[in-house]
Design a protein around this ligand. Structure first.
Ligand code: THU
Length: 135
């Protein structure tokens, strides 16, 4: 059984590291691998706005660069600086990046430590572009 609440708590801890001096919108993510490890990430903004990296992609890139490619679930928590995080939907680019490594049943946990919902990637991103489309 996946401990989704514990994963959300790790996402919240990662949110504390958010570097978001431009938007003041702080996001944390925690990615559970099939081998049981957790990789966390936060959003990292940049004065050239488009160079910003979302929390989800930070976590995924950390994991993949450490040799992990099989994932079970991803918890995401975000909200305005100084406010209790409520619900933060992953952006389209992050959904596409998740779909590179995860199938339609991959679990995405959205909300905060007190209240969260579990979604399937296939519901959040139907018709994603996959390697099959490139053949
Ligand atoms: N952001 C994330 O890190 N993840 C999301 O799912 C939504 C948006 C970041 C990007 C930017 O630093 C800030 O939140 C505002 O969009």
């Amino acid at each position: 059984m996946i401990d989704y609440k514990a994963l959300m708590v790790q996402a919240q801890k990662a949110r504390e590291k958010s570097y978001s001096p431009y938007s003041h919108f702080r996001v944390g993510a925690a990615l559970l691998t099939k081998s049981g490890k957790v990789f966390t990430g936060c959003n990292i903004e940049n004065a050239g706005y488009s160079a910003t990296n979302c929390a989800e992609r930070t976590a995924i890139f950390k994991a993949v660069s450490e040799g992990e490619r099989e994932f079970e679930a991803l918890a995401i928590i975000g909200g305005k600086e100084g406010e209790t995080a409520d619900f933060c939907a992953p952006c389209g680019v992050c959904r596409q990046v998740i779909s590179e490594f995860c199938g339609n049943d991959f679990k995405i946990v959205l909300g905060n430590e007190e209240k969260f919902e579990i979604y399937k990637l296939g519901d959040l991103l139907p018709f994603s572009l996959t390697n099959k489309d490139l053949n």
